[in-house]
Design a protein around this ligand. Structure first.
Ligand SMILES: NC(=O)c1ccc[n+]([C@@H]2O[C@H](COP(=O)([O-])OP(=O)(O)OC[C@H]3O[C@@H](n4cnc5c(N)ncnc54)[C@H](OP(=O)(O)O)[C@@H]3O)[C@@H](O)[C@H]2O)c1
Length: 262
């Protein structure tokens, strides 16, 4: 007898780490996992922001705040050590923290490359590498450990955002996902990318601030709206539950049809 949909999408009891989980899309994902009964660790560079977010989410479940920068591999390793000191296993790692840099081509500075690649590409790799013992401890054939990398539509199609290092970093994450998926399949660790289109967070505030630009964007999205918390939570919960146990090396595109309906 097949499991019921409720049990297929169950994430209760899972230990989940969401980088950048205090705000924006990471916060949406964290709220979804907390509501689903998971034990969720979130990070922010700011201790007060992390603590306030965790306190708000702790009203509905279990959420632990960690103050961590992920600007260097040493920072990422320090986060992995902190989780390892607290938990014997990690069921789900969501590499969500990300940064962008926008500037016209002529003025796009050299300094816009290293910090973007460090947070968006290297930190996810370092976290997976250093958390391997915990991911392996959680992994089984029937219930693999999961790594979810948050990519971007900008890394999949050309969106003309003048965010050159960001777009390249996200394309790199998409490919890194496939490399890691192949490497870790034998360990029963799945690795997938969730590829968001446009969601209402700080990262898109400059687009949403200009009414004409926002209207033009929404007109271009086949489903006629920006993404919502439910859209990204749905994808992450599916990938983390029994429903997603046989998916690895994939991209789940949540963009209202921008890429697929062309
Ligand atoms: N919004 C969209 O439409 C959209 C579309 C495609 C992809 N994405 C991706 O979604 C993810 C979340 O972005 P968002 O939209 O939620 O934007 P956001 O509101 O600007 O959030 C960025 C997140 O990344 C964290 N972060 C940034 N730099 C960091 C650093 N050096 N060390 C540690 N954490 C750092 C921030 O944490 P603190 O500031 O709390 O430290 C924050 O939680 C990113 O990977 C982004 O590329 C977003």
């Amino acid at each position: 007898m097949v499991q019921s949909p409720t049990s297929l999408f169950d994430v209760s009891g899972k230990v989940v780490l969401i980088t950048g989980g205090a705000q924006g899309m990471g916060r949406m994902i964290a709220e979804g996992f907390v509501a689903g009964g998971a034990k969720v660790y979130i990070t922010s560079r700011k201790a007060d922001v992390a603590a306030a977010a965790a306190a708000a989410m702790a009203e509905t479940g279990t959420c632990v705040a960690l103050a961590r920068d992920l600007s260097s591999p040493e920072d990422a390793s320090a986060l992995a050590r902190e989780i390892t000191e607290r938990e014997p296993r990690l069921d789900v790692l969501v590499n969500n923290a990300g940064r962008t840099w926008g500037a016209p081509m002529e003025n796009f500075p050299d300094k816009a490359w290293a910090p973007v690649m460090a947070v968006n590409v290297q930190a996810p790799f370092t976290l997976v590498r250093d958390l391997l013992p915990l991911l392996r401890a959680a992994a089984s054939a029937s219930d693999p450990a999961r790594v979810i990398n948050i990519g971007s539509l900008a890394g999949r199609i050309v969106e003309r955002l003048s965010a050159f290092s960001y777009a390249a970093s996200k394309a790199a994450v998409h490919h890194l996902t496939r490399e890691l998926a192949a490497e870790l399949a034998r360990d029963q660790i799945t690795v997938n990318t969730v590829v968001p289109g446009y969601f209402p967070t700080q990262m898109t505030s400059h687009i949403r601030a200009e009414e004409e630009r926002l209207t033009g964007l929404v007109d271009r999205i086949p489903l006629g709206r920006l993404g919502s918390a439910e859209d990204v939570v749905g994808a992450c919960v599916m990938l983390s539950s029994r429903a997603g146990a046989y998916i690895t090396g994939s991209e789940i595109v949540i963009d209202g049809g921008l890429a697929g309906c062309r």
